[in-house]
Design a protein around this ligand. Structure first.
Ligand SMILES: *[C@@H]1O[C@H](CO)[C@@H](O)[C@H](O)[C@H]1NC(C)=O
Ligand SMILES: *[C@@H]1O[C@H](CO)[C@@H](O)[C@H](O)[C@H]1NC(C)=O
Ligand SMILES: [Zn+2]
Length: 437
């Protein structure tokens, strides 16, 4: 796979080129005599502080993790920010370098808004927890054996560098270095988005087009709620699919209900109910609203154009939820431990939801995978495409469904199947060629 080899190349380069991520920790004269950049990290215990990590410190932590846990992690960069900072992604999995065929890839993206800092730090703690609990905690071991977890702790490293600890509100550091809001910079399903595409957004679009992510969380701050698609409401003129558009209503602050509303609500509730306080749905301040059970439809809260979560869902068949983790966007570091305790279980339980619903392979008569076959669940008018291995995933609640599978050159098929609560349904679909031999 071309992209996989690019990733490996990038990783090899970054592990030999320490300049890319800043200098090693400074050392005094005595230890300098024994200094060895590659092995010095093993002398220290592997920890992550409840302090903010700027770009250099974050990069150093990620690199130290990848060196120490070579069988469980891989570090790659999906591109660079406006100011040339790497957009690091750490994969944590028992198969960090290769996609496990038939098993889902999932992701977290944090710090899109540079001044929303809690998610960024929680990602470092999540990485630390996953690698240190693998092999001793049965649930984490199962998760990493069956899932590849990709973590982008900062999508806006430039914004973070100019943000200020203790600033709970405001927009200093929110935008990228050219003043663009990255969560308004994606193609929009409902409306034309004329914003000039930014390198950070471009990098994420390229990334999600190369890896079929099944589930994703986007981490923000400034409220306490799990917000799910759609974020925008239709503009009938530009709507791409007439039947789908007809299902929506176009006034703002009304919910913009997606065909997978039941699933999105469930995913959001999984997070809020496992969270220390989100499920209570209390308002952050008297001037703000609260949210029943700590969840909301995105557009019902407020509609926005060019957001990342609708893009993931409509363009890439990836179910993404936006998590607002703290009323204060950039709280003092002494609060970080509290936020970690509140979110730890949610962060893990949410990712495990990738193992709910139906998954399988679409193959031809000879058992060869069919790539880019369209897989649609009847009544859910967003189609997902198969991967180069013919794989597909669709998160669904228990029930009886009909799968509609279609690929160019093959007779379409409808298959009825059942989803139960306990484990995902495996469904292999054989399509027959319509070519006359
Ligand atoms: C890493 O994987 C290799 C190859 O499977 C194995 O030989 C080695 O023991 C593993 N190392 C650790 C630390 O698990
Ligand atoms: C489904 O297809 C995959 C890939 O072709 C194969 O590995 C697997 O054994 C099949 N499972 C069943 C139950 O047919
Ligand atoms: Zn935000």
């Amino acid at each position: 796979m071309i992209f996989e080899s690019i990733l490996i190349l990038t990783m090899t380069l970054t592990s030999i080129n320490s300049v890319a991520i800043g200098p090693e920790p400074t050392i005094d004269g005595e230890s300098a005599r024994h200094y060895d950049s590659r092995y010095s990290i093993f002398d220290k215990p592997y920890t992550v502080d409840f302090k903010y990590h700027n770009y250099d410190k974050m990069s150093r932590f990620l690199r130290a993790t990848s060196l120490r846990f070579q069988n469980l992690t891989a570090l790659y960069s999906i591109g660079k920010s406006v100011k040339g900072r790497d957009l690091w992604v750490m994969v944590v999995s028992s198969s960090p370098y290769e996609h496990m065929i038939g098993k889902p890839d999932v992701k977290y993206v944090a710090n899109i808004h540079g001044n929303e800092a809690v998610g960024r730090e929680l990602m470092l703690h999540l990485i630390h927890l996953l690698v240190t609990k693998y092999g001793s905690d049965a649930y984490i071991t199962w998760l990493l054996d069956n899932t590849r977890i990709h973590i982008l702790p900062s999508m806006n490293p430039d914004g973070f560098e100019v943000s200020k600890e203790g600033f709970c509100e405001g927009s200093q550091g929110r935008y990228n270095a050219r003043g663009f809001d990255l969560n308004r910079n994606f193609p929009d399903y409902f409306k034309q988005n004329n914003k000039k595409t930014q390198p950070e957004t471009e990098a994420v679009r390229e990334w999600v087009s190369k890896i079929q992510f099944v589930l994703s969380g986007s981490l923000h701050g400034g409220a306490l709620v799990a917000s799910y698609p759609f974020d925008n409401t239709p503009n009938s003129r530009l709507c791409r699919s007439a039947p789908l558009c007809a299902m929506f209503q176009s006034y703002s602050s009304a919910p913009s209900i997606s065909p997978d509303d039941d699933v999105f609500r469930h995913l959001s509730l999984t997070y809020s109910q496992n969270h220390g306080s989100m499920h209570r749905g209390e308002a952050c301040s008297p001037s703000q609203r609260g949210f029943k059970n700590g969840i909301t439809n995105g557009a019902e809260w407020y509609p926005l154009t060019g957001g990342m979560q609708d893009f993931n869902y409509v363009w890439n068949g990836c179910m993404e939820i936006t998590f607002e983790l703290s009323c204060c966007k950039y709280p003092p570091a002494e609060d970080l431990k509290h936020y970690w305790e509140e979110n730890r279980v949610s962060l893990i339980k949410f990712l495990a939801e990738a193992h709910r619903g139906v998954h399988g392979f679409v193959v031809d008569e000879n058992g060869n995978p069919i790539e880019r076959a369209s897989v649609k669940v009847k009544g859910r008018d967003v189609s997902f495409l198969t991967t180069k291995y013919g794989e597909f995933w669709r998160i669904l609640m228990p029930g009886i469904y009909k799968l509609e599978v279609y690929a160019n050159g093959y007779a379409p098929r409808d298959i009825e199947f059942m989803v139960i609560e306990q484990h995902p349904t495996l469904l292999n679909v054989t399509l027959h060629s319509t070519k006359v031999l």
